[in-house]
Design a protein around this ligand. Structure first.
Ligand SMILES: [Fe+2]
Length: 344
């Protein structure tokens, strides 16, 4: 908890009372309502939903530039790329001369860039509305899903007109809420191992952000969503996707959840499988043997604990803050509190 308070204090110290009081956002069902699909489709298949933040002044560029100024300058709290990328580029591609964050945001309407502002749910201005979305979407999911969710976070994306976001997958279960501009979203089946073989997932879980490889021949298998302000799309964990912005600046919110089944189980199996493969041993794929999967999870957990013990201690604020949805009736979330993302 100490980590959370230090980080929130850092945000708060940089926010003026005027900024904090400047915005009134919708709440409750006017913010995001249950359309009946969250429970049925969460982490199974993509679906569209509506939200109440279309073109909201809180997410205009001038306000987001102030948020970017407030973001604590810790590792991984902000990310930006400059230059146009292709669908099969690496996530780390930065094909144009590197601009400063301030230059990138100021000129984003014309500089072919992407900015990701992370952990905005911890910010005193944006925190209340983003935490309410996190909590509401969580409450719309099934009791089984709620038992699986351990952590919620949010990001804000700023994308230049016509810019692509290259093909990739995320381990988190994602909800992308379009606030301004239009995105053309291509999302693929999360469970299709002929599209995303175990080897690609092993590489991703081993730390390779480019583990998922775009296959042009499979493009027609994608679901296509024309995402306009006021609409959102759900990407299940491990569902590959790529995005094409339309011809105007795009602002969107990403709401995402870590899952016990993925971050604390499957990821650990894949990590051990990757290690075995490097030692010349062909591993059994996850899901084929409960006993082997359990042993690999324990081995990975033990190795992680050993690495933690041996590596130099970091500044405690130089890690992810933690936002856990408040358990609702039937959820055992509170009973299974786990360490922050840095422990996985
Ligand atoms: Fe993504």
């Amino acid at each position: 908890m100490e980590v959370i308070y230090k980080i929130m204090a850092a945000y708060t110290a940089n926010a003026s009372p005027i900024e904090s009081a400047a915005f009134t956002a919708p709440t409750g069902a006017a913010l995001v309502a249950d359309n009946g699909e969250f429970s049925r489709k969460f982490n199974r298949s993509d679906f569209i939903f509506e939200h109440g933040l279309a073109n909201h002044p809180m997410f205009e560029l001038s306000a987001l530039a102030k948020l970017a100024n407030r973001i604590p300058k810790f590792q991984n709290f902000v990310y930006w790329q400059n230059g146009r990328v292709k669908v099969d580029d690496k996530w780390s591609a930065n094909p144009a001369p590197r601009l400063s964050l301030e230059q990138t945001i100021e000129g984003i309407a014309g500089n072919d860039s992407l900015v990701v502002l992370k952990h905005a749910e911890q910010d005193p201005v944006y925190g209340p509305v983003l935490q309410e979305i996190l909590q509401r979407i969580y409450s719309f999911t099934s009791p089984d899903a709620q038992r699986d969710i351990v952590l919620g976070e949010s990001l804000i994306f700023l994308n230049s007109p016509n810019r692509k976001t290259a093909y990739h997958l995320d381990l988190e279960s994602n909800f992308l809420l379009q606030v301004a501009g239009v995105k053309l979203v291509h999302v693929f089946d999360c469970a299709d191992r002929s599209l995303t073989p175990h080897l690609e997932l092993e590489n991703h879980c081993g730390g390779d952000d480019n583990g998922a490889i775009y296959k042009p021949a499979r493009q027609n298998d994608a679901h296509f969503h024309h995402l306009t302000p006021g609409h959102g799309v759900h990407f299940p964990s491990m569902a590959p996707h790529w995005v094409q912005n339309a011809d105007e600046l795009s602002i969107s919110i990403n709401i995402n959840y870590d899952l016990v089944s993925v971050h604390h189980r499957l990821k650990r199996v894949y990590r051990v499988n990757r290690m075995m493969r490097r030692l010349g041993i062909k591993p059994t794929d996850p899901g084929k043997s409960r006993v082997r999967d359990a042993l690999k999870q324990r081995l990975s957990t033990g190795m992680g604990a050993m690495r933690k013990t041996l590596r130099p201690k970091r500044d405690p604020t130089d890690s992810y803050p933690v936002r856990r949805p408040t358990p609702v009736s039937g959820s055992s979330l509170e009973a299974r509190r786990l360490d922050s993302r840095s422990s996985t």
